[in-house]
Unconditional design. Structure first.
Length: 258
């Protein structure tokens, strides 16, 4: 049974739905982290052929399609029906489920592999989400995921704080908190710092808007982003030799199902 989404999750789903059609053309960071996650599966000697795999937070089905091409039976799951529509157009999976990963509509031990690229940070309760992913994984199977840790988008947060005293960026769990949530199971975690560079603030903000992450910076105060406000924010933004820098603290995780 698929439970209705909370108001907060509906807002997240809506933001990603609006970005769905152009997501693949702008989600370079997400695609890079997802390819590294596939490499993590390969290094763990996981053969996807003939395996039942669920892509949790599948988005446009970018990686569902790649996993399916390796011979897996793929279930694509996402909060956003708009994202799933794009995945369907690609014929990226065997089935498409619009649901919340914190309440998965599947029986225990349904999948051999759970793949989740940059979706877990949208959960309200990380421990609950990981417990659900573990529950639907077959004995001997694996869960691989990426998520964001504390320090992500720090430059944007600092610029806003200089401008009006507010962060405007959602708080992320620390690496230690993420590690603690994985303690019940055999696991491995890696923290990686990724830095992106943009020629101007408009393109930096559009990179967030284009991937549906505008809700990630929800809670901003003061109304619309006027041209004057954009200029003031850009003046407050730290500059590097390569342009405006945006940092992501990327966590790569693998959990082994006994």
């Amino acid at each position: 049974m698929v439970l209705p989404l909370s108001d907060e999750k509906q807002k997240i789903a809506s933001a990603f739905g609006k970005a769905a059609k152009r997501y693949d053309s702008i989600a370079y960071y997400q695609q890079n982290s997802g390819h590294q996650l596939l490499d993590l599966l390969a290094s763990a000697q996981v053969n996807l052929a003939a395996k039942k795999v669920i892509d949790v937070g599948c988005g446009t089905g970018f990686f569902s399609q790649i996993i399916k091409a390796q011979g897996a039976e793929v279930t694509a799951l996402d909060l956003s029906s708009g994202m799933l529509d794009v995945a369907r157009q690609k014929n990226a999976a065997k089935q498409y489920i619009c649901a919340d990963m914190e309440a998965l509509p599947f029986a225990d031990q349904t999948f051999n592999v759970v793949f989740s690229n940059l979706a877990i940070q949208w959960c309200s309760d990380l421990s609950l989400a990981l417990t659900e992913l573990h529950r639907v994984t077959k004995s001997g199977g694996v869960i691989v995921f990426t998520t964001l840790a504390e320090g992500s988008l720090s430059e944007l947060s600092q610029a806003w704080a200089r401008l009006d005293g507010y962060s405007h960026v959602n708080a992320f769990l620390s690496f230690e908190q993420i590690t603690a949530s994985c303690q019940p199971w055999q696991h491995q975690l890696l923290l990686q710092t990724d830095k992106l560079h943009f020629p101007d603030l408009a393109r930096l903000l559009n990179s967030l808007k284009g991937i549906g992450a505008t809700h990630l910076t929800a809670g901003r105060r003061g109304g619309l982003m006027t041209r004057q406000r954009l200029h003031r924010l850009e003046s407050a933004y730290p500059m590097s030799e390569k342009g405006l820098e945006l940092t992501y603290q990327t966590v790569f995780g693998i959990i082994y199902r006994d």
